[in-house]
Write a protein that binds this ligand. Structure first.
Ligand code: KIV
Length: 268
């Protein structure tokens, strides 16, 4: 599929609102980017969730610019048809707007990303505005923003109750006005996600935010069972790749030990 259809760009994503659901997924390396692109997804996010999923950190907070750049470059080498977005890691955009410009610029210049994602509403509005004014497309992220996990006391549903819902709606308008081309809504009640989706003119991309968003994003490793443990409530297992790998390697170990592998067929 990759290469046969037109490249997905930021305007393509924006134009899908109200016409067609947007399909987004994470990828952290060259092969998974190729697989996701072959499946025809619209957007690939090099998420800082790679810190937890790939690198074994307890949260996304320890992930560095260099780690994100390393993975972004690998994904970009797959030359996906999908829009390639990268997460700005913790402290790469919160301290000064100048830092944010320099770091976002590195993702486009060195990493080969086509847009950046950053977490937060009103406190990062000026940063979003500055990046967008410099030609760096920004995907916003509201709700359960994992870089604030300690403030939230865990990965908890956000926007419950009238006050919290009102603040999220305000933040959605703020990031739209600041110039974000779309906004991820993570772990918020479905009714609130529907309300926000109806109120703003940029696409909402949900994860644990119900079916009314303009699109959905999921962590690829969750979808295909490439992480240990029980899946989160907001995800769905479409495959059990981890189990397939373990079973294949069990068979390999058994064949090596029994002398069934290699045979002359694999020899020179
Ligand atoms: O880091 C990530 O993977 C994300 C998405 C799941 C939205 O932020």
């Amino acid at each position: 599929m990759a290469g046969t259809k037109q490249k997905i760009t930021v305007p393509t994503i924006r134009q899908k609102k109200g016409c067609e659901k947007i399909v987004a997924v994470t990828a952290y390396d060259y092969p998974t980017t190729l697989f996701a692109d072959a499946a025809g997804v619209d957007m690939i996010l090099v998420g800082d969730s790679l810190g937890m999923v790939l690198l074994g950190y307890p949260t996304t907070l320890p992930v560095t610019m260099e780690e994100m750049l390393h993975h972004t470059k690998a994904c970009a080498r797959a030359k996906p048809r999908a829009l390639l977005v990268v997460d700005m890691p913790y402290l790469s955009y919160q301290i000064t707007v100048e830092d944010a410009v320099r770091n976002a610029g590195r993702f486009l210049q060195e990493g080969g990303a086509e847009a950046v994602k950053l977490e937060g509403g009103e406190p990062v509005a000026e940063t979003i505005h500055r990046l967008v004014s410099l030609g760096i497309p920004v995907l916003a992220h509201l709700g359960m923003t994992p870089q604030s996990v300690h403030a939230f006391g865990g990965h908890r549903v956000q926007g419950k109750g009238d006050e919290a819902a009102k603040r999220l709606i305000e933040d959605a308008h703020i990031v739209e006005q600041a110039g974000a081309f779309a906004v991820v809504l993570e772990l918020i009640p479905s009714a609130l996600a529907k309300e926000i989706t109806g109120q703003i003119n940029i696409p909402t991309i949900g994860i644990g935010a119900g079916p009314s968003c303009d699109g959905q994003i999921q962590v690829l490793h969750d979808l295909v069972g490439l992480v240990p443990g029980v899946p989160f409530k907001h995800t769905k297992r479409y495959a059990h790749v981890g189990e397939t790998i373990t079973e294949a390697l069990r068979q390999y170990a058994q064949e090596v030990r029994s002398g069934q592998f290699p045979t002359e067929e694999q020899a020179f």
